[in-house]
Design a protein around this ligand. Structure first.
Ligand SMILES: NC(=O)c1ccc[n+]([C@@H]2O[C@H](COP(=O)([O-])OP(=O)(O)OC[C@H]3O[C@@H](n4cnc5c(N)ncnc54)[C@H](OP(=O)(O)O)[C@@H]3O)[C@@H](O)[C@H]2O)c1
Length: 249
């Protein structure tokens, strides 16, 4: 089982990223917290301070500012002293109405959910390949398993992120780097608050614990959170397209 001592969490100011940062700190890790809202990151850092385990430092960053990423990555590595885990939990899912076709919303999802992950995983992947160790965790989604009609842009970013992470895994596992794809179902966070009909909702805390349990195996895996979604996804993938388009899922 892997232990994580020096970690960077992007999207640590709320939800799943926040819960992962707290869980890492409970395990004694030093955690760099990144997202746009500095006040929220400082709230999470203060909560980690109260745990009496682990340490945290906040870094305000918009993942769409790709040009800032290389310098910030070096600064975070220098501040931590070393790095053994990068978690990309930043993500957005704006409301899309039934007959809405909105390019600015699609662009924001592609930039935050996909391009930001590529910017940061390229930096971390190169570092981990050189050091012959390290873990990358990407938070994808069950929404990337099929092209659902509700939010085409969101599902597309998650399908692409899943494929990108598989490529990274195939590229980096030979160097001892552990690349983990997490596909949550419904998690109780700001992203899902107020939405109706979300079955099997779990807490961010539970999602974080399962995510880190999968990652600690060190076997470069892809996993559903909670695990029961593997069965649902397996069934959904077998539904023929002409049937799938008639279903309200
Ligand atoms: N909740 C679910 O049911 C669910 C299910 C499957 C997958 N997911 C995925 O899980 C991940 C975490 O989502 P969540 O549910 O925890 O939602 P959340 O509570 O809304 O958290 C989203 C995080 O992304 C950060 N973020 C958004 N835009 C950013 C930007 N431009 N630059 C930097 N950080 C940015 C936010 O921080 P700032 O606003 O401070 O920047 C926040 O920390 C997302 O990728 C989401 O797609 C969620």
């Amino acid at each position: 089982m892997l232990t994580f001592e020096k970690a960077l969490v992007l999207g640590a100011s709320s939800g799943i990223g926040e819960a992962i940062a707290l869980e890492l700190a409970r395990g004694g890790a030093s955690v760099a917290l990144a997202a746009r809202r500095l006040a929220e990151l400082e709230r999470v850092a203060a909560a980690i301070g109260l745990l009496g385990r682990g340490t945290a430092r906040a870094y305000a960053h918009d993942v769409r500012s790709w040009d800032e990423a290389p310098e910030l990555f070096e600064r975070i590595c220098a501040d931590l002293g070393s790095l053994d885990l990068v978690v990309y939990a930043a993500g957005v899912m704006p409301e899309i109405a039934e007959s809405e076709y909105d390019f600015p919303k699609d662009r924001q999802m592609v930039e935050v959910n996909l391009l930001g992950a590529m910017a940061w995983f390229n930096l971390a992947g190169a570092r981990f390949e050189a050091q012959r160790s390290g873990t990358l965790i990407g938070i994808s989604s069950v929404a990337g398993e099929r092209g659902r009609r509700g939010n085409p842009g969101y599902g597309t970013t998650k399908a692409a992120l899943t494929a990108y992470l598989e490529s990274l895994r195939n590229r980096l596992s030979r160097y001892g780097v552990n690349v983990v794809t997490i596909k949550p179902g419904f998690v109780d966070t700001a992203m899902t608050r107020g939405k109706k009909g979300l079955v099997g909702m779990i807490s961010a805390d539970r999602a974080a614990k399962r995510t880190l349990a999968l990652a600690r195996r060190g076997s470069s895996a892809s996993g559903f959170v909670p695990g029961g979604w593997a069965l649902v996804a397996g069934v959904v993938r077998t539904i023929p397209s002409f049937v799938f388009r008639r279903l309200n899922i």
